[in-house]
Design a protein around this ligand. Structure first.
Ligand code: ADP
Ligand code: ZN
Ligand code: ZN
Length: 730
């Protein structure tokens, strides 16, 4: 018998389901290897992995030694490590890939845990003595003014100036300013006075702060009911106990205003984590959380992976928001994972929304969540009045009825602001040849049977595919019949903007959608253009929370009709949430709000229920329909998707996968079938859906299928993925 050698079992970021065994790095065995990153040889490459457990082997001849330790002490241990193991089992994704998703880029690449000094900027000697060459009023000059008296820390700069980092780099290049490390600020949390809570808010705060350990609270409050005030009190309670709080917000909700509100009221530094940060900044936030220095983190989806050694509370604002689900790579749902962590950490979790997901409402009804209702708007604000405008047979001007145009005119005349909401960006969704019926379709996303139209942009000069990003100029003549009668069909935000500019030339018309808000602070800049003056906002659902627009009294919703008839099982829920959320933008302050819904389907039951009964009446009916149809939350789904240049390869792979899923028993199998969008960016797409009313049975089946799937030769000929709890069936 050869000797038993100690080994390291390492999770590596490769799409293979197993752990990999290595000998410890030569001459560097260590007592507590678990949770440390280690650099290992992998084929011809070097990879960074995480040691998951110690092992032993008698087969030393076939084991390679790891190259080096990365961490001087374990990095991924305790609750976070255990929760990530759970996530790997739940998503059926390789642990190494899950760990790589959870770590910020620099840590993934093997860089050391960064230091977490706070940083401040100060003027250099030459910066103090005049800083020649700065144009007066330019950003660098304004920043130099801010720094004139004393060094200012980066947190404060965030609240004082947009885009200051660029200006700071500019000053540094010229030698006028420098970045200095300062000790991490010691936070004495103290809630600065806010409004006096009303009865419902107070009851909610008391229930939450009285909970000893893990509990889930569904804070279900109409828009403007003061949910954020409840969060603030609960967070203050958590901080006062010396614990860390994590607040998750949707991608579009994390605005400087949101951060400013937390900072101003809680009096602690707020660590923000979002996609606008550089890799290095993200790693520093991670390190600050790991060291327990970050007391309050406000972040988007991936912030759910932060280590919280002294956790006390997790808040998920707008818990229904689709951006919490990652749609590629490791397909996790940040809300659901936050609940798993809250349970493991034994702390309360608050899910807040004016339009809770049907999943969460179902859980509240079943008693698994405590349902806390805020039924009234806080302060003086009244709920908006809703009007359904039947526009059948009405003459529409670029999608706007004469009544709506007159209504906007009247609101502007009273000095108020108007929001025109249209869930479609671009100029028009389709370009049509009036003579032969040709429509512009994306050549990378269409098939003979399924044409994916290209959206008209840039005032009618450019075509763009919203699915694959392809762009091309609008042709001068129809490619089929050479006619010049090419006409944009349908309405997008650009076209609405054009019409409103023409109709109301004397006020500002500001368009807000993904095309105009690529940069993180663009939304602020755009809204600043509007100011307090009468004016019009045109936009998609990006116009969300985090902005109080007190002058906004009228919301016009145009063209929701497409959403009423979508085949997707979640489409009605999404539409209802969007309508309620956008309606909630109206009349947030003392002026009453009005919502005008323009539709060709005024009798549609969804609209009817929503307008007359509100969101909960809608949700009640919708849950019944989901139950009858066997959809989530009454069924649990897992979707296999495959893409290949050649549709046969995708089908063959999914055929094999389907063969592994016996079709009797508690799990039902649908497909393989073409995806609803059967081609995208040149790839043919197919899918296979598994569904069961027993979650455990579904996961047991997946557990047995996955190793076999990884071993399929066909698996290497396609791009495939497994999506547990898919948000939609596309
Ligand atoms: P939500 O998060 O539910 O949309 P917010 O917490 O943002 O609501 O509150 C909406 C507005 O009402 C804010 O301007 C807030 O300061 C104010 N507000 C909240 N609670 C109260 C209260 N109890 N009394 C007066 N004003 C309040
Ligand atoms: Zn034609
Ligand atoms: Zn395309």
């Amino acid at each position: 018998m050869p000797d038993c050698l100690p080994t390291l079992r390492v999770a590596l970021p490769v799409p293979l389901p197993q752990l990999f065994d290595y000998l410890p790095p030569a001459g560097a065995a260590c007592a507590d290897p678990v949770g440390r990153r280690v650099k290992v040889p992998f084929g011809p490459r070097e990879l960074i992995g995480v040691v998951v457990e110690p092992g032993t082997s008698t087969d030393a001849a076939n084991l390679r030694p790891a190259l080096a330790w990365v961490d001087p002490q374990p990095l991924l241990v305790g609750e976070l490590a255990r929760s990530l193991h759970w996530l790997s089992r739940y998503t059926h994704a390789p642990l190494g890939e899950v760990l790589a998703t959870a770590l910020p880029g620099p840590l993934r690449r093997g860089e050391p845990l960064p230091d977490t000094h706070a940083w401040a900027w100060q003027l250099s000697e030459s910066g103090r003595t005049g800083a020649p060459g700065l144009r007066r009023g330019s950003r660098p000059a304004r920043l130099a003014d801010l720094l004139a008296a004393e060094a200012v820390d980066e947190d404060r700069l965030d609240t004082q100036m947009e885009n200051w980092r660029e200006a700071a780099r500019n000053l540094a290049r010229r030698g006028y300013a420098e970045r200095i490390a300062i000790p991490p600020p010691r936070a004495a949390a103290e809630l600065r006075a806010g409004p006096q809570l009303n009865e419902e808010q107070r009851a909610a705060v008391e229930t939450i702060t009285a909970s000893g350990g893990f509990a889930t609270f569904l804070l279900d409050g109409v828009t403007g009911s003061g949910k954020t005030e409840v969060y603030l009190q609960a967070i203050a309670h958590c901080l006062a106990q010396g614990r860390q709080a994590l607040v998750l917000v949707p991608e579009i909700g994390l605005t400087p205003q949101t951060l400013g509100r937390f900072r101003a009221r809680l009096g602690v530094p707020v660590h923000a984590l979002h996609s606008g940060l550089s890799d290095g900044e993200r790693a520093r936030v991670w390190a600050a959380a790991w060291r327990g220095e970050a007391r309050l983190v406000v972040g988007t989806r991936s912030a759910v992976f932060l280590p919280l050694p002294q956790a006390g509370l997790i808040v998920i604002d707008e818990e229904h928001d689709g951006s919490y689900k990652q749609q590629d790579g490791i397909r996790y749902h940040a809300r659901d994972f936050a609940l798993v962590r809250g349970k493991a950490l034994d702390i309360p979790v608050i899910l807040g929304s004016a339009t809770p997901s049907l999943e969460s409402l179902h859980n509240a009804q079943g008693g698994r969540y405590q349902h806390l209702r805020l039924s009234r708007r806080a302060g003086e604000a009244k709920p908006p009045r809703v009007r359904v405008l039947d526009v059948r047979k009405r003459p529409l001007q670029d999608g706007l009825s004469p009544e709506v145009l007159a209504g906007i005119d009247a609101a502007l005349g009273r000095g108020e602001q108007v929001l025109v909401f249209k869930n479609r960006r671009g100029y028009a969704p389709v370009l049509l040849c009036h003579d032969c019926g040709w429509t512009a379709a994306c050549h990378r996303c269409s098939t003979a049977l399924h044409r994916t139209p290209m959206t008209v942009h840039a005032g009618g000069r450019r075509l763009q595919c919203h699915h694959c990003g392809a762009r091309q100029p609008v042709p001068l003549a129809c490619p089929d019949c050479a006619s010049l009668a090419l006409q944009p069909q349908g309405i997008g935000t650009e076209r609405l903007e054009e019409r409103l500019l023409a109709a109301f030339p004397e006020v500002a018309v500001v368009r807000i959608d993904r095309s105009t808000t690529q940069r993180r602070d663009a939304l602020e800049t755009q809204l600043a253009r509007l100011g307090d003056a009468p004016g019009i906002l045109v936009g998609t659902q990006i116009l969300a929370k985090g902005h109080d627009l007190p002058k906004l009294t009228m919301v016009v919703v145009v063209g929701i009709d497409e959403g009423l008839f979508s085949a997707d099982f979640r489409a009605r829920e999404k539409l209802a949430q969007q309508l309620i959320q956008v309606a909630g933008r109206a009349g947030r302050a003392e002026r009453p709000g009005e919502v005008w819904l323009q539709t060709h389907h005024p009798e549609n039951p969804l609209l009817h229920t929503l307008v007359n009964g509100g969101y909960h009446a809608f949700a009640h009916g919708e849950l019944q329909q989901r139950e009858a149809a066997g959809f989530p939350p009454f069924a649990h789904l897992a979707m296999f998707r495959a893409e290949a240049k050649d549709v046969a390869a995708a089908n063959q792979f999914l055929g094999e996968v389907g063969g592994l899923a016996a079709s009797d028993g508690p799990v039902e199998r649908y497909g393989p079938m073409p995806a609803p969008m059967p081609r995208r960016a040149g790839f043919q797409r197919a899918q296979l859906l598994l569904s069961s009313d027993q979650r455990a049975a579904l996961h047991r089946l997946l557990d047995t299928m996955l190793p076999a799937i990884h071993a399929l030769p066909q698996a290497r000929r396609v791009r495939w993925s497994l999506d547990v709890d898919p948000m939609d069936l596309y």
